[in-house]
Design a protein around this ligand. Structure first.
Ligand code: HXC
Length: 517
C-alpha cells in the first residue's frame, strides 16, 4: 500500500472513530432512553446527504481530575451545515454520549464557529440541546464558553432565525441559550429545562417535585411558555423544525419563500356569513374561521397550549407566508391578559423582524380586570403587545369580526397603530366599552330611580348599540377601511396582502428601543 493510501485509510478510520462519539455502549444507552444520537438527529433534520461536518477532530484541552486520559474525536457536539428543502442552514447537536454532552471550552468553540458562519452567510442556525450542562472538570472555561454562545445568540437575534430543539436535559445556565432563540421545541417525556433541579428545590424550598413536573415539555408548553412546541417524539420535533423554517426567510434582509397555491384565492366561504352567534356572550370557535380562510386550511400554531385566549401561528394566503394573530372567543371570551399579551407580542416581533406580514382577526371584549392581573403587571404586558404592533413595519391587515372594545381596540392592530388595511364584518362592535357596562356608568342613578330598571336598561342598551356597537361608526371616520362580507374574507385579505407587497415604512433611527419589559 502506498504511503498516500495508508494516510487515506487512517483518515477513514479516524472518521469512523469520530462518528462513534462516546462509543457503542453509550450509543446503546442513549437509544434505550428513547433518544437518538446527535448524528442521527442531524441526519433526520437535514435533506438527505446534505450534511457537511466541521471540526470532527477537535478534542478537549482539559487536564483536571484525570480527564486528559479520556478524549473523544469531535468532543461533545456535532456541528456543520446542510440544507432543509434545499436552503442552507447551520446546525449543532450536543452529543450526550461524550461526557453527557457537557459544554467544554472546545464544544463552545465549535458551536460559536457555526453561529459565526451562519451570521456571515445569513442563514438560520438550529441547535439541538441534550446536555448535562457545564463540563464540571473544566470550571471557568466552560462557563466562559456558555457566555460566548449567549453573546452570539444576542447578536444574531433578529438577524437570522435561531431555533432550539431540547431533546434531553438542559439545566442550569445552559437554559439561557434556548431562551434567547426564536423558537423552542421540547420532546415530551425525554426533555427538561430548569435553572435548578429537584434536589436543589427540595433543599432550598422543601418542595418535592419531579423533573417532569418542574421542567418537562408539557409544563413549559402550557404553564411557563418557555417552549413554543411540545412534541411526542424526536422525529416529530425535527419535522416541525423543517416545517417552521418554510415560513421564514433566511435572514432579516430577505422575504419568506412564496409558494405556489392551488387553493383558489377568491374562494367564498358561505358558512362565515352565519358563524357569529345571535347572543353577544355566546362563543364561536376562531379555529373555524382560520381554517376557512387560509390556504388549504393549514395553520402551524405556535404556543398552542399556552394562553389559549389568543391564537398565534404561521399560515399562508395564496402562498404568501403570514403570521396570524387572533383572539379566541371560546377561551375566556378572548380577553387580553398578561400571558396572552406577552405571547402575541413576542410572535409579532418575530414576524416583524423577519419581514413576515401580520394578519389579525379581532374579537376581544377588552383587558381582563382584577387584582391578580394588576399585581402581575398586566399594564406592562399589555403595553408590550401594543408596542409590538406599533413598531411593526411589515404589512398589517386586520379584520374585526365582532367585539373590539376599549384599550383592546387600540392595541389589536388598529388603524392608529399603523394598521395598513382594517376591515370589519357587519357584526363588528367597536366602542369604548360593552353596552351593559356603558349604561351602568352613564345611567346608573337613573336606572336605580326607575320604576322598571330592566326595561330602562334594555332601552338604553339598544340605543347605545345602535349608535356605537357597529362597524359603521368607526368606518365613518375612516378607522375601518371597508365593511366586508364575511364569506369574502379570504379574498379580501389576499388582495390586501398583494397590494401591500411593496410596502416601505421605517421607524426613526435610534440605538435601540426601550420595550416595556
Ligand atoms: C462532565 C458529565 C456532566 C457534566 C454528565 N456527565 N454531566 N460530565 N460534566 N456536567 C457525564 C457523566 O459523568 C456520565 O459519564 C455521562 O455524562 C452520562 O451521565 P449520567 O449521569 O450517567 O446520565 P443520566 O443518568 O442520564 O443523567 C444525566 C444528568 C446527570 C441528569 C444530566 O448526568 C447530571 O445530573 N449531570 C450533572 C448536571 C449538572 O449539575 N451540571 C452542571 C450544571 S451547572 P460516563 O463516563 O459515565 O458516561 C451549569 C452552569 C452553567 O451548567 C452556567 C452557564 C451560564
Amino acid at each position: 500500500m502506498s504511503h498516500q493510501l495508508e494516510k487515506v485509510k487512517e483518515l477513514i478510520q479516524l472518521r469512523q472513530q469520530a462518528r462513534l462519539g462516546g462509543g457503542e455502549r453509550r450509543i446503546e444507552s442513549q437509544h434505550k432512553k428513547g433518544k437518538y444520537t446527535a448524528r442521527e438527529r442531524i441526519a433526520l433534520l437535514l435533506d438527505e446527504g446534505s450534511f457537511e461536518e466541521f471540526d470532527m477532530f477537535v478534542q478537549h484541552r482539559s487536564s483536571n481530575f484525570g480527564i486528559e486520559e479520556e478524549t473523544y474525536l469531535g468532543d461533545g457536539v456535532v456541528t456543520g451545515y446542510g440544507t432543509i428543502d434545499g436552503r442552507l442552514v447551520y446546525v449543532y447537536a450536543q452529543d450526550f454520549t461524550v461526557f453527557g454532552g457537557s459544554l467544554s471550552e472546545t464544544v463552545s468553540l465549535k458551536i460559536c464557529k457555526v453561529m459565526d458562519q451562519a451570521m456571515k452567510m445569513g442563514a438560520p442556525v438550529i441547535g439541538i440541546n441534550d446536555s448535562g450542562g457545564a463540563r464540571i472538570q473544566e470550571g471557568i472555561n466552560a462557563l466562559a464558553g456558555y457566555a460566548e454562545i449567549f453573546q452570539r445568540n444576542v447578536l444574531a437575534s433578529g438577524v437570522i432565525p435561531q431555533i432550539s430543539g431540547i431533546f434531553g436535559p438542559c439545566a442550569g445556565g445552559s437554559v439561557y441559550s434556548p431562551a434567547l432563540t426564536d423558537f423552542n421545541i421540547m420532546t415530551k417525556g425525554t426533555s427538561y429545562m430548569f435553572l435548578t433541579g429537584p434536589k436543589v428545590v427540595k433543599s432550598v424550598l422543601g418542595e418535592d417535585v419531579s423533573q417532569e413536573q418542574l421542567g418537562g415539555a408539557s409544563i413549559h408548553a402550557s404553564k411557563s411558555g418557555v417552549a413554543h412546541f411540545a412534541t411526542d417524539s424526536e422525529e416529530e420535533g425535527l419535522m416541525l423544525i423543517r416545517k417552521l423554517l418554510g415560513f421564514m426567510p433566511q435572514n432579516c434582509l430577505e422575504e419568506a419563500p412564496l409558494l405556489a397555491c392551488k387553493d383558489p384565492f377568491d374562494r367564498l366561504e358561505d358558512s362565515l356569513n352565519d358563524i357569529i352567534p345571535d347572543q353577544p356572550n355566546k362563543a364561536y370557535d376562531m379555529y373555524e374561521v382560520i381554517g376557512a380562510i387560509v390556504d388549504n386550511g393549514e395553520f402551524l400554531e405556535v404556543h398552542k397550549d399556552y394562553a389559549a385566549n389568543i391564537i398565534v401561528g404561521f399560515t399562508r394566503f395564496n402562498g404568501i407566508s403570514v403570521g396570524l394573530v387572533a383572539n379566541q372567543p371560546k377561551v375566556l371570551a378572548g380577553v387580553l391578559d398578561s400571558n396572552s399579551s406577552r405571547k402575541a407580542a413576542r410572535f409579532i416581533r418575530f414576524c416583524d423582524a423577519f419581514n413576515i406580514p401580520i394578519v389579525t382577526l379581532v374579537d376581544v371584549p377588552g383587558f381582563l380586570p382584577g387584582t391578580q392581573q394588576e399585581y402581575g403587571g398586566v399594564i406592562l404586558h399589555g403595553a408590550k403587545l401594543l408596542y409590538a404592533y406599533g413598531e411593526a413595519t411589515v404589512p398589517k391587515v386586520t379584520v374585526t369580526l365582532r367585539k373590539s372594545y376599549g384599550g383592546a381596540y387600540c392595541v389589536m392592530s388598529s388603524k392608529h397603530l399603523r394598521g395598513d388595511i382594517n376591515y370589519a364584518w357587519p357584526s363588528a362592535e367597536i366602542a369604548v366599552m360593552g353596552p351593559a357596562g356603558a349604561i351602568e356608568v352613564l345611567f346608573g342613578k337613573e336606572m336605580a330611580a326607575s320604576s322598571d330598571p330592566v326595561a330602562f336598561a334594555a332601552e338604553k342598551e339598544s340605543e347605545y348599540k345602535e349608535k356605537f356597537a357597529n362597524p359603521y361608526n368607526a368606518a365613518k371616520y375612516g378607522y375601518i377601511d371597508d365593511v366586508i362580507e364575511p364569506r369574502n374574507t379570504r379574498f379580501r385579505i389576499i388582495r390586501a396582502l398583494q397590494q401591500l407587497a411593496t410596502k416601505k415604512l421605517t421607524n426613526p433611527p435610534k440605538k435601540h428601543d426601550n420595550l416595556p419589559l
